[in-house]
Design a protein around this ligand. Structure first.
Ligand SMILES: Nc1ncnc2c1ncn2[C@@H]1O[C@H](COP(=O)(O)OP(=O)(O)OP(=O)(O)O)[C@@H](O)[C@H]1O
Ligand SMILES: [Mg+2]
Length: 157
């Protein structure tokens, strides 16, 4: 990494369709083994971004929040693992239960409610921080925690 490597980017999204388009643009940069953590309060737009990301990967199945399972898998250009930890009390359980498993190296993983992972949060990831709720425009900050995830920052037009 050089000091000129861009590791952060701030975006604005006035509506859900724009958030989906940002997700789709990110998906075009996806590589096997990447992890994207989607941060934001209830209703911020994490699943909207995930839907667009899946579409950008060429997933044709409908992506919703996995209500009864913590992880849903989809097949697109790469396998997509969509993890939603909202109902998880303890991140250690997720790891012990195999939620962060070695198969994810063969695809790209989106994690909603990554704060539930606590100390088990993957160190190398792209953070997508969505702020705002209701009908407010959102700010969406992209933050690569490793040079290996910096390629996403140039992927959004
Ligand atoms: N700019 C925007 N980006 C994303 N969603 C928006 C925007 N403006 C309004 N919305 C609306 O906000 C809601 C976001 O819902 P979504 O399920 O994506 O949130 P979430 O962050 O996944 O919530 P949860 O924590 O419950 O999983 C949708 O109803 C969407 O239409
Ligand atoms: Mg959601």
């Amino acid at each position: 990494m050089t000091s000129s490597t861009i590791l952060e980017r701030d975006l604005r999204s006035p509506d859900a369709a724009t958030t989906q388009r940002i997700g789709a643009a990110l998906a075009r940069a996806a590589r096997n083994g990447d992890r994207l953590c989607l941060w934001g309060e209830l209703g911020a737009g994490k699943t909207q971004l995930a839907k667009g990301f899946a579409a950008g990967l060429g997933v044709t199945a409908t992506v919703n929040s996995p209500t009864f399972v913590l992880m849903a898998e989809y097949m697109g250009r790469l396998p997509l693992f969509h993890v939603d930890l909202y109902r998880l009390a303890d991140g250690v359980d997720a790891v012990d239960g195999g939620l962060l498993d070695e198969r994810q190296a063969l695809g790209v993983t989106l994690i909603e409610w990554p704060e539930r992972l606590a100390a088990a949060l993957p160190a190398e990831r792209l953070d997508v921080l969505i702020a705002g709720s209701g009908d407010e425009p959102r700010t969406i900050q992209l933050r690569a925690t490793s040079p290996g995830h910096a390629h996403y920052l140039g992927a959004v037009g």
